[in-house]
Structures are given as C-alpha cells and as structure tokens.
Design a protein around this ligand. Structure first.
Ligand SMILES: NC(=O)c1ccc[n+]([C@@H]2O[C@H](COP(=O)([O-])OP(=O)(O)OC[C@H]3O[C@@H](n4cnc5c(N)ncnc54)[C@H](OP(=O)(O)O)[C@@H]3O)[C@@H](O)[C@H]2O)c1
Length: 174
C-alpha cells in the first residue's frame, strides 16, 4: 500500500501569528491560490473553529474531515471526527479511496500543535511582517525539519504583504 503523506499548510507571520479574532490578519490572494492548487483533490483536515472561519462550508474539490469534541455538521463532503487520531485515519482512508497521495492539515492553531509531530512536510507561507494575534504556529525545529525549497513572493495587487514560500521536510529517522 502506498504511503499517504501528511502535509501541514500554514501562513505565519515573522512572530508566529496565524490568526486573530477567528480570522486571518491579512489578505493574501496569491497565497490562497497556492493553497488551492496544492490542496485540490486531497482530503483536508481542520479544526471546528477553522471550518467556521471559512464560512462553515467545504472548499470545493476536497473532502473535509472536521475535528470537534461535540459539534455535528451534516453536509455532503464533510465528515466529523471526535479525536485528532480518528480524523487522521479517516482523512488517509479518503485519500486511498480517491487516489490522492497526501492529506492536508489546514489548521488552526490547536490542530497544528497536535499534528506537527507527525507531519511529513510543512508548506509554510512566511508572511514578511510582525503582527498582533491570538493564534500561533509552533516553532519549526531545524533538527527535525529540513528546509528543502524557498521562494520569495513579492506582494501582488491583492496581497497585504510580501511572503516567502518554504517547504520543510522531516529529516530521515526523525
Ligand atoms: N494562517 C493560517 O494558515 C491559518 C490556517 C487555519 C486557521 N487559521 C486561524 O486559526 C484560528 C483558529 O484556530 P484555533 O486554534 O482557534 O482553532 P482550530 O484549531 O481551528 O479548532 C479548534 C477546535 O477543534 C476541536 N479540537 C481541537 N483539538 C481537538 C481534539 N484533540 N479532539 C477533538 N476536537 C478537537 C475543538 O472543537 P470543539 O470546540 O467543537 O470541540 C476545538 O475548539 C483562526 O483565527 C483562523 O483564521 C490560520
């Protein structure tokens, strides 16, 4: 059986902020397009609060697994999981069923904290600014994750800030 990769996808400010008041503290159209291209066709795993932040409806073309201890969502393309382990297992099963080679963990802070230890790759949009916020991404340990690709992305018409797109891969044996 082919192994399904676990990708974390996140946009994070220089000082580690990923969210404020239930939303993201920036507008980055270029990054949303990249998120869409990378995640299309792959199961998306996210916390209940992040699902609400995207309008409580699934993003097209990607099966969703939402983690919540008690919430129920009954709509096509959305499955609920009561634990992070159950969500990971279900997302990987969906990937196998649909022929996807990876699952994407799409946040938010609570879910990133509980899954970074088992992610194979981190796809990180470094937002080139310091910002106030209430939700953070954990520090990326260079002994565990190796930077394998990095691209500077200038700020486009619909972007608040320039960004730097980086891919980190788990080092062998870590
Ligand atoms: N910058 C980015 O790339 C990015 C990406 C995604 C989100 N965000 C931002 O992050 C913020 C949301 O993050 P957040 O940390 O507040 O919330 P979250 O991680 O999206 O969701 C938290 C919820 O997930 C459920 N949950 C968490 N751990 C669980 C577990 N072990 N078992 C069962 N359920 C569990 C709980 O739902 P119940 O309360 O229903 O039990 C919990 O309240 C927003 O500001 C959003 O805009 C930023």
């Amino acid at each position: 059986m082919t192994d399904i990769k676990t990708l974390i996808i996140v946009a994070v400010s220089r000082n580690g902020v990923i969210g404020r008041d239930g939303d993201m503290p920036w507008r980055l159209s270029t990054d949303l397009k990249r998120f869409k291209a990378l995640s299309m066709g792959k199961p998306l795993l996210m916390g209940r609060k992040t699902f609400e932040s995207v309008g409580s409806k699934p993003l097209p073309g990607r099966p969703h697994v939402i983690v919540s201890r008690s919430a129920t969502v009954d709509m096509p393309g959305v499955e609920m999981a009561a634990t992070v382990d159950e969500a990971l297992a279900r997302a990987k099963a969906l990937a196998r069923e649909t022929g996807a080679d990876a699952i994407c963990i799409a946040g938010g802070g609570e879910i990133y904290r509980q899954t970074i230890a088992l992610a194979d790759e981190l796809h990180v949009t470094h937002v080139e600014t310091d910002l106030d916020g209430d939700t953070h991404f954990p520090a990326i340990d260079p002994e565990i994750f190796e930077l394998v690709e990095e691209t500077a992305v200038p700020s486009g018409d619909k972007d608040n800030y320039p960004t730097r797109y980086a891919i980190y891969r788990r080092r062998a044996g870590r």
